[in-house]
Design a protein around this ligand. Structure first.
Ligand code: MRU
Length: 337
């Protein structure tokens, strides 16, 4: 099936995005020029995935100063900055993006053309993510042998980035070179990014795949069906500890037990150069309702207590390699260099 969808587009002074909460059954694009709507879309996971929320936030900041008088521009910019920074705490790409735009704003705030200057930076950040995805795919495909069977978790493709994805770009590039034969996609409880989004992307890229419950990964490995596991990341500490969708750490431990390589693919915008280890990563906890319901249908009483971390941290010694747009890094990681 041909790929015809996009996660995000800036056109006619508006941000157009695909509402990922409705996929794969409904393809609904939404357009807005309101940063508050962009912030809500990030919170509600209409747009999600670490690199994508960074790009969306850049456009949010640009739009926050589109129609304002010179006097109110600064106030609006900082209001939007604070609002967008409050949406999700774990993916550092969001903060990297917001801070890059803030720097450009502060250097040019007296210019009559401040909106266009900030918008150009947002477009540059967007294009940069597309390029980084491509380079990760190029470097990353070296990890596969012929017709490898790959297991992945959550969603890391076009829907999670502005380009072809992180781990997904590596898989896609490997598939196009005949190095990937089949992909097992974890369903990724509770919000089913694997079942709903990764399958959507795999199908549109023509890559053979199966879906399984997260808890089936162990038996697949035990039966020798998995050659390699690759996921994305939401924040990587200087020592290589990596936060990603809840359940990623389980996979890394399982790979270690079964002697299967476990890789992470992420752009350098996912590296947090201010933290030494994963202990310092703030983990987002989602609303309990997301676990106690499926697709809006209650499956357990509302008063049940639920443990709802959205991410876990995989210690770097369990990671065989981290694929970035600059190449593949191996343990011991030291991203300060
Ligand atoms: O909660 P989500 O859907 O935003 O989580 C996304 C992930 O965990 C991805 O694996 C991650 O952002 C890295 S790949 C783009």
């Amino acid at each position: 099936m041909e790929e015809k969808y996009f996660s995000i587009k800036f056109s006619n002074e508006k941000l157009i995005f695909l509402d990922q909460t409705k996929l794969p059954l409904v393809e609904d694009y939404f357009e807005t020029d309101d940063y508050e709507r962009i912030a809500r879309a990030i919170e509600r996971l209409e747009m999600r995935g670490a690199p994508l929320i960074g790009v969306a936030a850049c456009y949010g900041l640009a739009l926050s100063i589109k129609n304002y008088s010179k006097e109110s521009t600064e106030e609006n910019f900082y209001k939007a900055y604070e609002r967008l920074a409050r949406t999700r705490p774990t993916a550092v790409n969001l903060f990297t993006a917001l801070n890059e735009i803030k720097k450009v704003f502060e250097q040019n705030k007296d210019s009559e053309d401040i909106y266009n200057i900030v918008l150009s930076k947002a477009i540059e950040f967007h294009q940069d993510d597309i390029n980084k995805c491509k380079m990760m795919g190029e470097y990353g495909s070296k990890i596969f042998k012929k017709k490898s069977t790959v297991l992945t978790h959550c969603n890391t493709g076009k829907l999670a980035t502005a380009g072809d994805g992180t781990a997904f770009s590596v898989i896609k590039n490997g598939y196009e070179k005949g190095l990937v034969g089949h992909v097992y996609a974890d369903e990724t409880r509770p919000l089913l990014q694997g079942l709903r989004l990764t399958s959507y992307e795999l199908e549109r890229s023509g890559i053979p795949f199966s879906i399984q419950t997260d808890s089936s990964a162990a038996v697949l490995m035990q039966k020798g069906k998995i050659d390699i596991v690759i996921t994305g990341a939401d924040r990587i500490a200087l020592n290589g500890d990596s936060a990603n969708k809840i359940g990623t750490y389980n996979l890394a431990v399982l790979c270690n037990f079964h002697n299967i390589p476990f890789y992470i693919a992420a752009p350098t915008t996912t590296i947090d150069r201010n933290i030494a280890s994963g202990d310092e990563i703030e983990i987002e906890f989602r609303h309990q309702e997301e676990l106690l319901s499926v697709n809006g249908h209650r499956i357990a009483p509302a008063h049940y207590k639920a443990f709802t971390p959205a991410f876990d941290v995989t210690p770097s010694h369990l990671i065989s390699g981290i694929i970035t747009e600059e190449g593949i890094f191996n343990f011991p990681y030291n991203f300060l260099k």
